[in-house]
Design a binder for this molecule. Structure first.
Ligand SMILES: [Zn+2]
Ligand SMILES: [Zn+2]
Length: 325
């Protein structure tokens, strides 16, 4: 089968003919695979010890074409989504307390397990999810990570009424729709001077949009940071009111500059989000069609994987890049 393969961090992906994966748990014919910023971090070597050679990609929509004998879930021909969380141990303290996203032995799709930049992929049935028929393959793909991890990031903001989002890519674009569907208020922060990003953010209907170096017209109850830029952490703390929460949704971020304690004081909370749980996936994939969540996508052929990664790196995308094998 044809795939796009990472052979070493920092190198472009290369086309390869790999043997078809063993059907094992579920063998899935990939229909669409969205490109996530985490794929860039893996390709660039910013995440340690990926499987090599590796097929990246963890926002997979595909059709079950073969299943192992013991697989009691899904039927041949079913459409499934495969997310970043690919396997957990089920027995550690985190798995037993509803925090499988923190499992010490967790394995991740497109990082420690071959992913979806390919014609076929193998996934554990327990970490696959049915996809609502209201979504096409391409538009569903970004739900699998931008949507799921965006949703978990929003959940960590609790019942905040006025929410600021920093960084308007695929995750923000989905979470903004959830925030509005829930009747909460939204402010949008983009890179200073990035008019295209500000226009994109404005199209999602925030009450206010401005540069991340600007103070919002009123302090936030919570801030969600989706850009991998450490300087946004103190900026978001300054924009957030007493007792408010700043949540960083990314897996990787540039160093956070030191900042005065007074911007954290008064019970502001600063936290990160790691990965997702299956509960996040079940909840979000049920909510998304009911809330009418739409995704904005730009499609590339599988052979265009490096171009898609370059366009994401250069900020040349509005919405999510999706590979079609
Ligand atoms: Zn991702
Ligand atoms: Zn575990």
């Amino acid at each position: 089968m044809r795939a796009q393969v990472l052979t070493a961090a920092g190198r472009p992906l290369a086309v390869a003919e790999l043997p078809a994966p063993h059907p094992g748990p579920l063998l899935i014919a990939v229909r669409a695979c969205a490109v996530c910023r985490t794929d860039l971090h893996v390709v660039d070597g910013e995440l340690p010890d990926p499987k090599l050679p590796l097929v990246p990609g963890h926002e997979i929509i595909g059709i079950v074409v073969e299943k192992g004998e013991s697989v009691d879930r899904f039927a041949l021909g079913d459409r499934v989504g495969v997310p970043w969380l690919g396997w957990t141990c089920g027995v550690c303290e985190y798995c037993r307390s509803g925090r499988e996203n923190l499992c010490a032995r967790a394995r991740f799709t497109g990082y420690q397990i071959d992913g979806g930049y390919a014609k076929l992929t193998v996934a554990d049935r327990r970490y696959c999810f049915a996809i609502d028929g209201r979504y096409g393959d391409v538009e569903a793909a970004p739900l699998m990570c931008a949507g799921l991890i965006g949703y978990r990031t929003l959940r960590m903001a609790g019942d905040a009424r006025l929410i600021g989002i920093y960084g308007f890519g695929a995750a923000a674009h989905i979470v903004a729709q959830v925030i509005r569907h829930q009747g909460r208020r939204l402010f949008a922060f983009t890179r200073p001077g990035d008019v295209a990003a500000q226009d994109f953010a404005r199209s999602l209907g925030p009450e206010w949009a401005g540069g991340s170096d600007e103070q919002p017209p009123e302090p936030l109850d919570a801030a969600l940071i989706f850009a991998p830029v450490g300087t946004l952490v103190p900026a978001a703390l300054v924009a957030t009111k007493k007792g408010g929460t700043v949540v960083s949704g990314g897996i990787h971020m540039s160093d956070i500059p030191s900042f005065p304690y007074r911007i954290l004081w008064e019970e502001r909370v600063l936290r990160s989000v790691a990965n997702l749980t299956r509960r996040d996936a079940e909840e979000f994939l049920a909510l998304a069609p009911e809330a009418g969540i739409r995704t904005e996508t730009v499609t590339y052929p599988l052979a265009g994987a490096n171009q898609a990664l370059a366009d994401l790196r250069n900020g040349a995308l509005q919405g999510a890049a999706v590979l079609i094998p």
